[in-house]
Design a protein. Structure first.
Lengths: 149, 480
């Protein structure tokens, strides 16, 4: 499976990560799962609920998840995964990321070094052994699939 | 309208890809039971041990989290929508844990010989404090390992064992003293290590490491150190470490010789790259059978401790890709280069082992275990005693080593060490009622198999060996 994402969406994510620096940002990846992979057609920023340590933790309120899920369902979209940033850390999942991960979802990580976003990488949890495997991130010129398809 | 439960995508493999399931029930708990009845595989994903909902599963009735209602007792009128909402959380590596770690004045005094060396210093000592190491086995290797890791200030030390301290441990297991005999090893180890260094956290796992629990236990630690004495556990530890991507600091001992290495795929080879398959059962005797020089685990265990500490500090050259061989009689160290095996079934290019297997079966130990002998081929010590007292005549055959025989033996027995049996079998008479014995019944069972194959139809095995005889029949026979 690959995660397919239009360049402008990716840039929006990177801008969100830079804007939030030195804190972590997070959000939803919405779209549809097809045979060619997961096609992201929309992103949706989420509030980072971890005001205790926002520099190295994020969490999305379940209420926010519920609303995102409901709205995407009504428009024929799915939650494909989530993005978050790693301020001053590489785009490698942490143990904490792994412990809290769910199978199937994509976890896109944006490294932000001194306020500048670097190349993002995406991971999926291999359920059997509960460890992350990197998935291919395909950057598309245009939106890879129309919303709701 | 009936109650619907909306299923998030990660759980749909367990609901035949359905995104919503219609259920019945008067409460949220009933509705969940109805859901699991229809899709049983979902159960373990929603409920953890003790039948409680998993903490990372949220349930909403309409727009409200059931935690702010009556939990699973929340009543349903029958037309609600329940949504299973996964918790979403994560974050950057907690390397700041090292930065956040501070050393107080007591710790600075304690670790001063580390702190003044540039290779450790404050930074390295904080790394040690922030690190966690799991010691599998708290016997000969685990003793010096635990003592030195605790003394060095490794912040969290996990210990796995399920044994009780025995007199025969004290010759090499320096974690324990005479007053500990009869205590669970982990209780005694915890007390001793807490005394060595009250600044470290000791976590005990009193269990036999198995395919069912290994991943869960190992996952919580940065480094795993293998101090076990048997092949099934050694392969289990190796496989679990490779699957979890954790370094496995390996050590093994036998009589006067030891080995040590660091296995850490994919940075280096794993144990299976070195030994793809275990030796046939019985070929390599355990320390209980073959003996071990008491100081040997002291040397090998401290080498393992040094490697674990170097890995934490990120300094020096680890034993990665190198097998260190040590011979205490010659007092010589040698080193072999190890390479990753591209065809390794576990860490190679196209692995065939992707989860933990049955290691007892893999190592063939089930086939030779004592109880595998049919009951009528065995005689218990009590039974034998009664029959001897009744005047029945038996020929006792001792197959232990001459050294063991010098410790103790059973009355008028013939002595032929196991290795010499094939060459000296003509000294025995197949018409006799032979009872074969060794220390605990394992070697004699193998000899019995050989003898039965050679036509000794009247031969029997002494169940539990001379050790069981000493326990059950004659306490004047010393146990070793």
């Amino acid at each position: 499976m690959a995660l397919r994402l239009a360049r402008d969406l990716l840039e929006t994510i990177l801008a969100h990560a830079e804007r939030s620096y030195p804190e972590e940002c997070c959000g939803f990846l919405l779209g549809s799962a097809t045979e060619e992979g997961k096609c992201v057609s929309e992103i949706r920023a989420a509030g980072n609920r971890r005001d205790d340590s926002p520099r190295n933790r994020y969490s999305i309120a379940p209420e926010e998840f519920l609303v995102a899920e409901r709205e995407s369902r009504s428009r024929g979209l799915e939650i494909l995964g989530f993005y978050h940033s790693h301020p001053d850390h590489p785009a490698v999942p942490s143990e904490y990321d792994r412990e809290h991960a769910w199978a199937w979802y994509s976890y896109l990580i944006v490294p932000v070094s001194a306020g500048r976003a670097g190349a993002p990488r995406s991971y999926v949890l291999e359920e059997q052994i509960r460890s992350f495997e990197e998935e291919r991130l395909v950057e598309e010129e245009r939106k890879p699939c129309p919303p709701g398809s | 309208m009936p109650t619907r439960i909306l299923i998030p995508t990660p759980l749909r493999p367990y609901t035949k890809q359905k995104d919503a399931v219609v259920v019945s029930g008067a409460t949220v708990g009933d509705a969940l039971r109805s859901l699991i009845e229809q899709h049983p595989d979902l159960g373990r994903h929603l409920y953890g041990e003790g039948g409680r909902l998993r903490s990372f599963v949220n349930l909403f009735v309409g727009d409200t989290d059931i935690r702010s209602l009556d939990g699973e007792a929340t009543p349903l009128t029958g037309d609600e929508t329940i949504t299973v909402v996964p918790s979403v959380a994560g974050g950057a590596p907690a390397r700041e844990a090292g930065d956040a770690t501070e050393l107080d004045a007591m710790e600075i005094a304690r670790y001063s010989r580390h702190l003044i060396m540039p290779e450790v210093g404050m930074e390295g000592q904080k790394k040690l404090k922030a690190a966690s190491v799991l010691c599998i086995g708290t016997g000969g290797l685990g003793s010096p390992l635990g003592l030195y890791l605790a003394a060095a200030g490794v912040g969290r030390i996990g210990l796995v064992d399920f044994d009780v301290v025995d007199f025969s441990n004290l010759q090499r297991q320096v974690l324990y003293g005479t007053s500990d005999v009869g205590r669970p090893k982990l209780d005694a180890a915890r007390d001793r290590l807490a005394d060595v260094n009250p600044h470290v956290a000791i976590e005990t796992h009193e269990t036999r490491l198995s395919s069912e629990n290994a991943l869960d236990i190992l996952r919580g630690y940065d480094i795993v150190v293998d101090g076990t004495d048997n092949f099934p556990t050694r392969y289990l530890v190796n496989d679990a470490c490779v699957l979890l991507g954790k370094p496995n600091v390996y050590g093994s001992i036998f009589r006067f010789e030891g080995q040590a290495s660091v296995f850490w795929a994919p940075k280096g080879p794993c144990y299976r790259c070195l030994y793809p398959e275990p030796p046939p059962p019985g070929l390599v005797p355990s320390c209980a059978e073959g003996g071990v020089l008491g100081i040997l685990p002291g040397i090998v265990g401290t080498i393992q401790a040094a490697e674990a500490i170097k890995l934490i500090l990120g300094n020096g050259t680890p034993l990665l890709g190198r097998l260190l061989l040590f011979d205490a009689l010659e007092m010589r160290f040698r080193e072999l280069k190890l390479r990753r095996d591209p065809a390794c079934p576990l860490c190679g290019a196209s692995p065939t082992i992707r989860s933990l297997i049955d290691y007892e079966e893999f190592c063939g130990v089930l086939a030779v275990a004592d109880p595998a002998l049919a009951a009528d081929l065995q005689v218990s010590p009590r039974d034998l005693k009664e029959r001897l007292d009744r005047g029945e005549r038996f020929i006792l055959l001792d197959v232990r080593t001459p050294q063991e025989r010098a410790i103790c033996h059973l009355g008028a027995s013939i002595h032929i060490p196991m290795d010499e049996i094939p060459a000296r079998v003509h000294e025995l008479d197949s018409r006799d009622d032979l009872v074969v014995y060794c220390k605990v019944g394992g070697r004699s069972a193998r000899v019995l198999e050989f003898l039965r194959g050679a036509g000794f139809q009247r031969a029997r095995n002494l169940r539990g060996g001379i050790d069981a005889w000493a326990r059950e029949v004659d306490p004047s026979v010393p146990r070793y």
